[in-house]
Every structure is written in structure tokens, then in C-alpha cells.
Design a binder for this molecule. Sequence first.
Ligand code: PMP
Length: 354
Amino acid sequence: MKKHNFSAGPCILPQEVFKEASQAILDFNNSGLSILEISHRSADFVSVMEEARSLALELLGLKDKGYKALFLQGGASMQFLMTAYNLLEKKAAYLNTGTWSSKAIKEAKLFGNVDEVASSKDKNFNYIPKSYAIPSDADYFHCTSNNTIFGTQMKEFPATNIPMVCDMSSDIFSREIDFSKFDLIYAGAQKNMGPAGTTLVVVKEEILGKASREIPSMMDYSVHIGKDSMFNTPAVYAVYVSLLTLRWIKAKGGIKAMEEHNNKKAELIYNEIDRNPLFTGFAAKEDRSAMNATFNLVDESHKETFDKMWKEAGVNGLNGHRSVGGYRASMYNALSLESVQVVVDLMKELENKV
Ligand code: PMP
């Protein structure tokens, strides 16, 4: 039985993508070769990379606006330091909204001063700080658009005259944002874009080349841009499956269509969390994430019963992160409304049972 997969990442991808991706392992483009055994310099793979880079920019509305898209390795965690390596000369401003921003801050401190403009640590990161000042003499401002662990999401982004850097790992391609507000966006593929193993970096070229330090080639965005994202062997399969997912997003109507579907799912589960007296939401209402809904049982003694119920119903990955406890329903683009309905029905069933 196919499971209802609420895993936080790596996570659900479209079934159509799984089918096409598995076919390419056996015979890629009717070439008589597997995608896993061809050169990354072959015409077939070069065209995969080119299309993936161009489609990522197209979907984000950033084509012909001075941006370049790269598919790098090392995960979003590598970007925590690569952003600072390339952009941090003296001081950078960071908004701390959870585990991932804290990790980005830790790496940035190796390269210069970090001004933590605001933090929601005082309440275990259950909200997004709202009013804070961004120093205009900082080299850039860094934020995390969606906090995968705590289930909070930035609905608005601050206005500033300095470059904006954003970790969009867990909500890229899930909602419409004016992406041109940002000068550098990065996202590990393994949520809405594809399998683990590659990281999308979208960077406005004009912000590069300003830091005075020497940058090792693999860490240097300009080097990767100069080599069309093929400075070294890219994660060919992860890039290919990302391309299939990006094509799927486009065929479904692009980010706008993803957002409409995601909002329906979010509304369905949050309505039940608020209605059902057995459950309580973790994140502040106005900052709730449409991607990761975090919630807890009011009375933990029902845990065993509820866990047994959802596991028996074929639900996967509903356990919350250890720093929040309770439950986390990750509802990425490929998850259906029906899967969310299954969990909502189980929550109602628990209410009737106890
Ligand atoms: N940022 C965010 C928002 C994340 O959710 C994650 C991983 N879940 C990371 C960064 C780290 O990504 P990676 O494991 O690809 O380094």
C-alpha cells in the first residue's frame, strides 16, 4: 500500500517523477544507456543541466534579470558557509528564527562579525520576530523563509538597501514571493525540488567579487558560474530528478498553482488543530507554515493510541522533531489534499474515542 507521506525531507515527490526517473536509470532518452553511466559532459546531460538551470529561473520569475542558477553539492549546510565566504567582508546581519538560521550564524562568524538583528529563541522559535532594524552598513541580510523544524514561515520580508540572502530550503517553489527582492537564494533540493544530493543556488551576479579574501575554487560562486555549474562532476541524478520535478511544477501551473493547493492543505489541517480540543498548535497563528504544521497533544497520555492509529492507516513521518515534540505534518507540493484529510479524520476519530 502506498503510504501517506508527511516526511519532513527527504520527502514526497510526484509519482509521475518517480516513474520517469526510474525509467531513465534503465534507458535514458532511448539512448541504450542509463543516466547513471553517461558522462556529465555528454550532450544529453549538458542539456539536462541547462534546462534545469533555466527552468528554475523561469519558475521563480528571475529570467533575464541578472541572476544565475547553480546546482551545487554539500547541501544547504554548505551554503551557510559559502554565502559568508563569498559575501562577508566585515559584518553581516542575520535573523535567527531557529536551528537552521543558528547554524548559518555559526558558520558566518568564521568570516566576520554577525549582527543578530532579532531572535525568537526566547519562545523556542515558535514565532517570527517582526520589528527589527537592519544595519545599512552590513554586507548582507540573511534570513530563513520557512523553519522546517518549528513550523513557522516568514509571510513578509523586510525592506532593506543591502543585499538579501535567503535560505528557502523548505518552501521554495511552494508559494509566490517577489523573488527579485533577493540577491541570493539557496535551497537543498530534498523538499519541493527533488532528491537529496544537490542544492539550488540562485545568485545575482552583481553582488559577487566584492569580498577581498581569496576563495577556494569549489567555494567560489563565480567559478561555478564560469563553468556553467559543471566545475566538477555535478550530482547528475539529483539534478535530473530535480529537472523532472521542475517540469512537473510547470505543467501543473507553476508556483501559483502549487500555492493554491498548499493553502488548501494548510487550511484543512490548521482548522482541525484549532477545532479539536485534544490538540494544540505549536507555532504562533500568524506565522504558521503552510509547509510544516507543528502540533501537540494537550494530554500526552493519548500519544500511544494516536500513534498506533496513524501508523495503521498508512501515514508516514508524522512525528515532530525532537526539539518540539508532538507532531509535524510536512505538506510539500506533491502531497495530496486526500492525505491531509486522512490525518484530519484520524484526529476526529481520536476525539470520538477518548
Ligand atoms: N535549511 C533548512 C530550512 C532546512 O530545512 C535544512 C534541512 N532540513 C537545511 C537548511 C539543511 O539542509 P542540508 O541537510 O541540505 O544541508
